[in-house]
Design a protein around this ligand. Structure first.
Ligand code: ATP
Ligand code: MG
Length: 192
């Protein structure tokens, strides 16, 4: 399998680049944020729990997210691979993902960290808030999300750097140019 992680702060463009990557390489796009928003809209038990964390800019607890993720992997083992968008967001999530893939005879192929400066992130999220209707795209929640990112999520980069799987991508610029730098790395992997 070809398994890619698209990593980055809120508003860094993970969703956009994940979609392009999944489409070009025929992979299953797994966005935990989208999945949770679908559950919230449907008013499920998971949705209610998730909403109580998301609307405050907090992460949904690891034990819940890991179960959701394992379930998703289990159901999609016939796919060519995955693009993980918004997962892992903590070190325990990263370790659980590695273990689950290993149990199925595969692993993470590459991790891309979309690097965007804080000012640009806030600007993008505030703009998105005007049209997205997302309960977490307002100034106060954005600040919490960025704090949570730095404290809990950013350390995951080091975890993948130690495995020699991390590539930093300049996340500012045209969508096409950003995707080109991702493609270059993936094409090198698949060429052998
Ligand atoms: P981007 O704009 O780059 O797509 P984002 O941070 O705006 O990123 P999502 O990835 O859609 O948005 O996630 C939205 C929220 O859902 C997060 O702030 C968090 O509360 C919750 N969430 C999503 N994935 C996870 C996860 N793996 N662990 C814990 N909480 C998660
Ligand atoms: Mg997203």
């Amino acid at each position: 399998m070809l398994n890619i992680v698209i990593f980055g702060a809120p508003g860094s463009g993970k969703g956009t680049q994940s979609e392009l990557t999944a489409k070009k390489y025929g992979l299953k796009h797994v966005s935990t944020g989208e999945l949770l928003r679908t559950e919230i809209k449907a008013g499920t038990e998971l949705g209610k729990i998730a909403d109580s964390f998301i609307s405050h800019g907090n992460l949904v607890p690891d034990e819940i997210m890991i179960e959701v993720l394992e379930d998703l992997i289990r159901k999609n083992l016939d796919q060519k691979g995955f693009v993980f968008d918004g997962f892992p967001r903590t070190l325990p999530q990263g370790k659980a993902l590695d273990l689950k893939l290993k149990k199925n005879g595969t692993d993470i192929s590459a991790v891309f960290s979309l690097e965007v400066d804080e000012e640009e992130l806030i600007d993008r999220l505030l703009k998105r808030g005007k049209i997205s209707g997302r309960s977490d795209d307002n100034r106060q929640t954005i600040e919490s999300r960025l704090d949570v990112y730095h404290q809990q999520t950013e350390p995951v980069k080091e975890y993948y750097a130690q495995q020699n799987k991390l590539t930093y991508i300049k996340g500012k610029g045209s969508i096409d140019d950003i995707f080109k730098s991702i493609e270059e790395v993936i094409d090198n992997l698949t060429d052998g």
